[in-house]
Design a protein around this ligand. Structure first.
Ligand code: ADP
Ligand code: ADP
Length: 224
């Protein structure tokens, strides 16, 4: 089953004004459960807009967005926010960890906000950290971790609430190439361990080649 399906998605900004710009022009894109798809796009192609629509942060002008078989396109804002918190994990180029909390706490907090008990949240956070080789770093604050370690903690946090869909925008973008390689392997271990659907935007063609499929976005269209 396709966990994520975008069908005929169009999006423009500045509707009806002289500076109206059509960013997405009939995008069809599906990601199956357990599939890791690379999204490669030149700057300005509409990558951020596409990720925001797929992640239920924004809505298309036309077309549909289906997540886990449910049409999310015309949900009321509050319902869409609930669905996003439940179903979608986000990873960015920069980790955005909370500096006052330990690595473990950064992964526990989103689970507590979701109603998971402290004991369960701790156990899940620890197991995620162990998957990425950071068990011994669990009590460190982000400032005491290397850039690659911080990024791995952010991956664990994105998966804390077991989302259906993982969206990542240049998940190793701020790391040097050697570190990037190791840290990307950790991300793949996490994703492979859960069977979720992942859409990972990257300019790094070597990383893209390690994913299941590469999709190219060019001038608002998926290129063949
Ligand atoms: P990418 O992430 O591929 O660089 P974006 O989706 O951010 O592309 O943007 C695609 C195009 O849409 C760009 O030309 C950008 O200037 C324009 N754009 C993005 N967001 C807005 C907005 N909120 N208002 C107007 N134009 C926007
Ligand atoms: P919280 O549950 O902390 O209120 P939100 O529901 O606002 O968080 O956001 C859930 C996820 O969506 C977070 O991972 C956050 O980084 C991401 N997010 C929220 N708003 C935006 C935005 N405008 N642009 C990019 N990502 C966002």
């Amino acid at each position: 089953m396709n966990e994520l399906a975008l069908v005929g998605v169009t999006k423009a900004y500045n509707h009806g004004r002289p500076n109206e710009v059509t960013v997405l022009q009939g995008v069809d894109l599906s990601v199956a459960a357990g599939e890791v798809v690379a999204l490669v796009a030149p700057s300005g192609a509409g990558k951020s807009t596409l990720l925001h629509i797929a992640g239920l942060l924004d809505t298309p002008d036309e077309g549909t967005v289906t997540l886990g078989g449910q049409d999310m396109t015309r949900l009321a804002d509050r319902r869409r926010t609930e669905a996003r918190r439940r179903e979608v994990g986000f990873i960015y180029q920069f980790h955005h960890l909370l500096p006052e909390f330990s690595a473990l706490e950064n992964i526990v907090l989103p689970q507590l906000a979701n109603g998971v008990t402290a004991a369960e949240a701790d156990a899940r956070a620890m197991s995620l950290l162990e998957t990425v080789g950071l068990g011994p770093r669990a009590q460190h604050r982000p400032g005491a971790l290397s850039g690659g370690e911080q990024q791995r903690v952010a991956y664990c946090r994105a998966l804390a609430n077991a989302p259906r869909l993982l969206l990542a925008d240049e998940p190793t973008g701020n790391l040097d190439p050697g570190t990037s390689d190791v840290v990307f392997s950790a991300l793949m271990d996490l994703v492979r361990g859960t069977g979720l659907a992942a859409l990972i935007a990257t300019h790094n063609l070597e990383l893209a080649a390690r994913m299941d499929r590469v999709v190219r976005l060019d001038a608002g269209r998926i290129a063949a």
